[in-house]
Write a protein that binds this ligand. Structure first.
Ligand code: PMP
Length: 391
């Protein structure tokens, strides 16, 4: 054997590097997370037992009812029909069952969209602060990430910045609303103006720019806000969704990728999506989760309880001198760090067993994110130290 070290593919190295900003931090936090006294505000993970009806559904569908029960499953007709019907009622748009591809969460939906609709070297625009995995996932699809920043004052999309980023190689723009990490829901006027921008740019450059609307938090909307999907404003929209947020069960992978019914002639696109899911490594949810979709559609974590936590923490943190804009959706608070070094600030909180996510992990130094999935007891215990750390 020659003495030559085996090396990973060059692409994998770039992907891993793009992830390290976030994953290095996860490793540090993982070493603290299991401590019994920890107040875990770091990630959108459950801190309590799941909804009993969720577990009951999984148990029910784990029992085989035919010889094909656990046969290979692509996007099965029944869950597709359930999702299309739910979307028709919710969005007032004419989704057909075949517009829905079942995926292992929004992750699988995005991976499918990137592979199916973006060529190597194509540019994909998204806004900072982003969900930390857009960039590595785009690199894994050989796409070129192009980043712009949201507006500093209200975290709304910066349409001038997006407009300047659009060019002859732009293939897609990702919009995430309700937004992780800012909690912002983009207003109707912003989405309408974005649609105009994309239509003009598509015409100018002679190819259709896709809008990838990443909406896993679409059902986590607070009572004083209204969610509008970008797909209502721009026809060439692909929507990604996950049940992992509204049910707080991200380990049981299920979600979907939907073609907007406003896209003309969708039959070839539906086929491309299915072929991409197969060639991408069977990017379909497992059989049990597909059977459960009709039940999952009826369930939700306690939204009123989530809103009460938002209101309590927003009020207490503001009173202590923190700057934050109350989120309109998601389960995150996006807070200005009292000191510029958000990593140091977060590490200091970790000394008190309080885990938050520093903004640096999502390219927004000077901020930190609090997940409202923490229990009331964790909030009670953490508040004195959070208040004391306000500066
Ligand atoms: N998009 C965004 C904006 C997210 O926050 C997440 C999860 N944190 C995902 C996609 C992926 O969701 P899932 O793990 O449920 O597939």
């Amino acid at each position: 054997m020659p003495d030559i070290a085996p090396i990973p593919a060059a692409r994998t190295e770039a992907v891993a590097a793009a992830m390290s900003r976030f994953l290095d931090f996860v490793d540090v936090w993982d070493s603290i997370r299991m401590h019994p006294d920890v107040c875990d505000f770091a990630f959108g993970n459950p801190q309590e037992l799941p909804l009993p009806e969720f577990s009951a559904a999984i148990q029910r569908y784990a029992e085989p009812k035919s010889k094909d029960w656990f046969a290979y499953k692509r996007s099965e007709p029944e869950p597709r029909a359930v999702v299309a019907k739910a979307l028709r009622e919710w969005r007032g748009m004419a989704f057909e069952p075949e517009d829905i591809a079942l995926t292992p969460g929004a992750f699988g939906a995005l991976a499918t969209a990137f592979r199916a609709f973006v060529d190597p070297g194509d540019e994909v625009v998204f806004s900072l602060p982003p969900w930390f995995l857009y960039e590595p996932m785009l690199l894994a699809a050989d796409a070129v990430p192009v980043k712009v920043r949201v507006r500093a004052d209200d975290h709304d999309l910066d349409l001038d910045a997006i407009g300047s980023a659009l060019g002859p190689r732009t293939r897609a723009v990702i919009v995430n609303t309700p937004n992780n990490p800012t909690g912002r829901i983009y207003p109707q006027r912003t989405l309408a103006a974005l649609a105009d921008l994309l239509t003009d740019a598509s015409q100018r450059w002679g190819r259709t720019i896709w809008l990838i609307s990443d909406e896993p938090y679409a059902r986590l909307v607070f009572s004083d806000a209204e969610f509008r999907s970008p797909s209502e404003f721009y026809p060439y929209t692909l929507i990604s969704y996950s049940y992992g947020k509204v049910l707080l069960t991200p380990g049981q992978r299920i979600g979907w990728l939907a073609l907007s019914p406003s896209i003309p002639d969708r039959a070839p696109l539906r086929k491309v999506i299915e072929r991409t899911q197969i060639s991408g490594g069977w990017l379909f949810p497992n059989a049990v989760m597909q059977y459960a979709v009709g039940d999952l559609e009826q369930m939700s974590i306690d939204l009123a309880g989530l809103e009460a936590k938002r209101d309590r923490l927003t009020g207490e943190l503001r009173a202590a001198g923190y700057h934050l804009r109350p989120p309109e959706g998601t389960f995150y608070l996006w807070v200005r760090s009292p000191v510029p070094d958000d990593v140091m600030f977060s590490r200091n909180l970790a000394d008190h067993k309080i885990l938050v996510l520093p903004g640096t992990t999502c390219e927004a130094p000077g901020y930190f994110r609090i997940s409202l999935t923490a229990t009331d007891d964790m909030i009670d215990r953490a508040l004195p130290a959070l208040v004391a750390a306000s500066g």
